[in-house]
Design a protein around this ligand. Structure first.
Ligand SMILES: Cc1ncc(COP(=O)(O)O)c(C=O)c1O
Length: 412
C-alpha cells in the first residue's frame, strides 16, 4: 500500500526529480472529507453547526477555498490572514476575526465589511465601540471572546474574564449602539484535547450564553479549536492520553450543547478545528542524504528538517514511512533521523527501527498543521507543495522558493 493515497513509489521519485530534494503533498479531498465527517457527526447531535477554517493552521489557498466552498467560515487572526481570506474570495460576512492584537485599521475594515469581530479584551472592545459610535459600520457584528476558568488549569491571557464586571459594562455599551449587534460568544482553550475538557468548556459556554443573553439566545456560540485529529499509533502512544475520535468530540461538544439548547431555536454551534482536520491532509517527503555511524549509533541525515515537519518544536518523534531507492541496499538498525540544519536539536525521529540507505525517501504523515505556515527560511527555503488529485495526477500548488524569493524584500 502506498504511503500517500494515489501516489505510488515511482510517482514519489518522479516528484522528487521534478521539485528538488524535498516537497509537500497536499490532499484537498482528504481535508474536505474531514470537514464533512465533522459536520455530519456534530449535526447528528445538534442540528446547527458551523465550522471555521483556521488560517493560522494552514493557509494553502486550495484548503481555504475548499473549506469556504463547503460553507465554512474563514477564521483569521491578523490583517494578513484577513486580506488572504478576501483574496481567496471569502464573503466578508463569513469571516471571523479573532486574535489578541487588532489595530484600529483592522477593526474598522472588518466591522465595515460585515465580518464578525471577536473582541479579545476590554480595551480592544472600547476601541471597537468608538469606531462603531463614530459611524464606522452600518451594523457592526461583534462577538466576545471569553476567558473561562477550567478545572485544574492555569488561566490563559486570551479573552475577557467571565467574572470581570467590565464584561457586562462592555456588553451593555455595545447593546446601546444602534450600529452594532452582539452576535455571540467565543472561546479557544489550548493545551487540553481530552473529550472531558470539551464537555466542560461547552457546558460553561452554554451557561455563559444563557447569562449574557437572558432574553433570547445569541446567534452563535463558538467553542474554538484545539481538538486532536487522526494520527498513527506510533504518534498516539507518545501523547500520554487517549486521543478522542471525532465522534467522541461530537458527543462532548454537540451532545452537551444539545442538552442546553434546542437546535431549531438555539444558537449556531461553531467549532474552529485546525490540527484535527488539517493535520492528515499533508505529507512531507524528503530523502536520506547520508548515513553514518558514530560510536555505534546509526544516523540518517535527511534533506528535510524539524522546520518542515514540526516547526512548533514539540518533542514528539514524528511518524514516517520509508521508500527504498534500492531495497537491497538498506541497513536494518535503530536510526536517529536528523535534518539538514546545523543544529543539534534538528532531530526528526530519535529512534526509528527499520532499513535505510542513502537515497531512500522518507514520507512524514500528519504534516498539515502549523508546518507550511511556520517554516522559516532558515538555511534552506520553503520546498514545493504538490497536490494529489482524485485521479492520481498531481498539480503544483506552490513552487519551491529560491534565493531570490528570500532576498526580494531586502535593500542593498
Ligand atoms: C482562536 C483559535 N481558533 C482555532 C485555533 C486552531 O487550533 P488547533 O489547530 O489547535 O485546532 C486556534 C489556534 O491557536 C486559535 O487560536
Amino acid at each position: 500500500m502506498s504511503l500517500i493515497p494515489r501516489l505510488d513509489d515511482t510517482a514519489l521519485f518522479g516528484l522528487l526529480a521534478e521539485h528538488g530534494d524535498s516537497f509537500y503533498v497536499l490532499d484537498t479531498g482528504g481535508y474536505e472529507q474531514n470537514l464533512r465527517e465533522l459536520q455530519a457527526l456534530f449535526a447528528a447531535r445538534y442540528g446547527r453547526i458551523g465550522i471555521g477554517h483556521s488560517y493560522k493552521t494552514n493557509y494553502i489557498p486550495q484548503l481555504c477555498r475548499a473549506a469556504y466552498g463547503l460553507g465554512a467560515y474563514a477564521e483569521v487572526v491578523s490583517r494578513m490572514e484577513f486580506d488572504m481570506a478576501l483574496r481567496f474570495g471569502a464573503d466578508p460576512r463569513r469571516i471571523i476575526v479573532n486574535g489578541p492584537v487588532k489595530d484600529d485599521g483592522l477593526l474598522r475594515d472588518a466591522l465595515a465589511a460585515g465580518s464578525i469581530v471577536h473582541i479579545d479584551g476590554i480595551e480592544e472592545g472600547r476601541r471597537a465601540w468608538r469606531i462603531l459610535a463614530d459611524g464606522g459600520a452600518a451594523k457592526g457584528r461583534i462577538g466576545l471572546r471569553l476567558n473561562l476558568p477550567m478545572e485544574g488549569r492555569t488561566r490563559s491571557r486570551f479573552g475577557i474574564g467571565v467574572e470581570d464586571p467590565e464584561l457586562h459594562e462592555l456588553l451593555g455599551a455595545f447593546r446601546g449602539l444602534a450600529a452594532c449587534t452582539v452576535e455571540g460568544i467565543h472561546c479557544h482553550i489550548g493545551g487540553d484535547r481530552t473529550a472531558a475538557s470539551y464537555a466542560e468548556r461547552t457546558e460553561r459556554m452554554a451557561a455563559a450564553a444563557k447569562e449574557l443573553f437572558p432574553d433570547a439566545p445569541p446567534r452563535y456560540v463558538d467553542i474554538g479549536g484545539g481538538l486532536a485529529g487522526r494520527m498513527p499509533e506510533a504518534l498516539q502512544q507518545q501523547l500520554g492520553y487517549r486521543v478522542p475520535s471525532m465522534a467522541d468530540y461530537a458527543q462532548a461538544i454537540a451532545g452537551t450543547f444539545a442538552r442546553r439548547f434546542d437546535a431549531s431555536t438555539g444558537p449556531e454551534l461553531i467549532v474552529e478545528p485546525g490540527i484535527a482536520v488539517l493535520s492528515d491532509a499533508l505529507w512531507f517527503v524528503c530523502q536520506v542524504a547520508a548515513v553514518k555511524r558514530i560510536a555505534g549509533k546509526h544516523h540518517a541525515i535527511v534533506t528535510g528538517s524539524i522546520y518542515n515537519v514540526k516547526p512548533t518544536l514539540h518533542g514528539f518523534d514524528l511518524a514516517f514511512g520509508a521508500v527504498p531507492r534500492d531495497a537491497s541496499l538498506g541497513e536494518a538498525a535503530e536510526w536517529a533521523v536528523s535534518g539538514y540544519t546545523c543544529m543539534e536539536i534538528d532531530v526528526l525521529h530519535r529512534g526509528w527501527n527499520g532499513k535505510l540507505a542513502t537515497g531512500d525517501l522518507l514520507v512524514f504523515s500528519n504534516a498539515g498543521a502549523y508546518t507550511v505556515v511556520l517554516k522559516p527560511p532558515f538555511i534552506k527555503p520553503m520546498p514545493a507543495i504538490v497536490e494529489v488529485l482524485p485521479d492520481g495526477s498531481t498539480a503544483t500548488v506552490k513552487i519551491a522558493e529560491e534565493v531570490g524569493d528570500i532576498l526580494r524584500t531586502y535593500r542593498w
